[in-house]
Design a protein around this ligand. Sequence first.
Ligand code: 6GU
Length: 245
Amino acid sequence: MIFDILTLFPDMFRGPFDESIIRRGQNKGLTEIRLHQIRDYAQDRHHTVDDSPYGGGAGMLMKPEPLASCIEAAKAINPSAIVLLTTPQGRLLNQSITRELSLHSGLIIVCGRYEGVDERIHLKYVDYEISIGDYVLSGGELAAMVLVDAVTRLIPGVLGSEESVQNDTLSNGLLKHPQYTRPPEFKELSVPDILLSGNHAEIAFWRRAQSIKRTFEKRPDLLKNAVLSEKEMLYLSSLDIADAV
Ligand code: 6GU
């Protein structure tokens, strides 16, 4: 996977991209991340990248020419990539979108800034607009980092088998079950007996039930897309009833 990131603030990425899983993806040669300074593509002496909106109003927009030149340069070196724009108007990022994006061989991520981007950039160049939540960030850079992290961990081989993606929260549409490590008792709270039992079938059953219960309690909106067996559906409706009485 080759990421080309188009931004006015490339330095923002240096710390996060040099650590942990994102670093590992690059070290293993499974991902490559290239940062492009949009300002380098400005054509005037002052390297202007923004301008005021036609029709008036507050704030500045990213002007189209430098952005277009920068996107064209990225497409030239990453020809099979799709073009994403980070904007609060985009599709809300979730695990099924990250999974879909991870199947592409390249992603060109344009980081929106100011009050937005000239509409003709959306029309001519952008394949998908992505938002990471219903709140406003000062720019798309942090959203781009989130996107790169979430996609990188899905590239086969980036994670070791001990951190497999199958066990991730949300990989099956449910939240993760409670987890414990040593010691068996901590601040007067004990690890559930079942986890110390060594009975792997019982443990798997318990974990699955806990996942369902937790999702029901914390994120019931996720349950409509979760795939549950008939027995699990019964268990879920027993929670529902217990909750109602
Ligand atoms: Cl992608 N950009 C900005 N500026 N704000 C956001 C966002 C993106 N996602 C949520 N808020």
